[in-house]
Write a protein that binds this ligand. Structure first.
Ligand code: SF4
Ligand code: SF4
Length: 203
């Protein structure tokens, strides 16, 4: 008698379990699908904007970026992923300025920590969400981020040229005056020494 009772009891729990399972399956039939068919859905697939796929320099509509070649991003990168090459150029007002020559980024060693982006004082960097970055060789992952030709410094205006000429002449005049003053001081010192020596001899 006991075994018949156990039989119907386990049959009942089996049917209950089956109904629960069917409920889950039925619900999944009408739930919107999460799995997407890539690359068939390439045209419609939306990657979240915050997804970090690859580092890039931000260019404006005129093709300018804001990098001042300070090297902070390069020093802050824990993996040596960024390599900057810079050069010194003359500015229109006659001064020297460091300028970006090549901004090299190795996607293959980037850990997407974003330290470079957050430490840049110019907000010159951002991460693109363009996730299709697969290549056949690692060297293809090394990218030049300043891919547009670097703009030349503008030529100095006539006023700037005149100002630079005047400053140069003033510097030369100041140097000459300093030299003359030094010579005069030396002559005076020599005379004093000579007078002291004569006075000692006479005593
Ligand atoms: S990207 Fe920013 S931090 Fe890096 S060198 Fe340029 S200005 Fe400096
Ligand atoms: S995200 Fe991190 S690892 Fe990648 S380049 Fe920037 S600082 Fe280096």
């Amino acid at each position: 008698m006991g075994s018949v009772k156990e039989y119907f009891s386990s049959l009942g729990s089996g049917i209950t379990s089956l109904i629960k399972g069917m409920q889950v399956t039925g619900k999944e039939f009408i739930t919107p699908k999460i799995t997407e068919r890539y690359p068939e859905n390439r045209d419609t697939h939306k990657v979240p904007g915050r997804f970090r796929a690859v580092l890039e320099l931000i260019y404006d509509a005129e093709g300018n970026h804001k990098c001042i070649a300070c090297g902070i991003c390069e020093r802050n990168c824990p993996n040596g992923t960024i390599t900057l090459t810079t050069k010194m150029v003359d500015t229109p007002d006659g001064k020297k300025k460091r300028k970006l020559d090549r901004y090299q980024y190795d996607l293959g060693s980037c850990t997407f920590c974003q330290l470079c982006v957050t430490s840049c004082p110019q907000n010159a960097l951002q991460f693109s969400n363009d996730f299709e970055q697969a290549t056949f060789t690692r060297d293809k992952l090394v990218k030049k981020l300043n891919y547009l030709p670097e703009k030349e410094e503008p030529a100095p205006t006539p006023e700037q040229l005149e100002k630079m000429r005047a400053e140069k002449e003033a510097k030369i005049a100041a140097a000459k005056a300093a030299m003359e003053a030094k010579k005069a001081a030396q002559v005076a010192a020599d005379k004093n020494t000579e007078a002291s020596a004569t006075s000692s001899e006479n005593q």
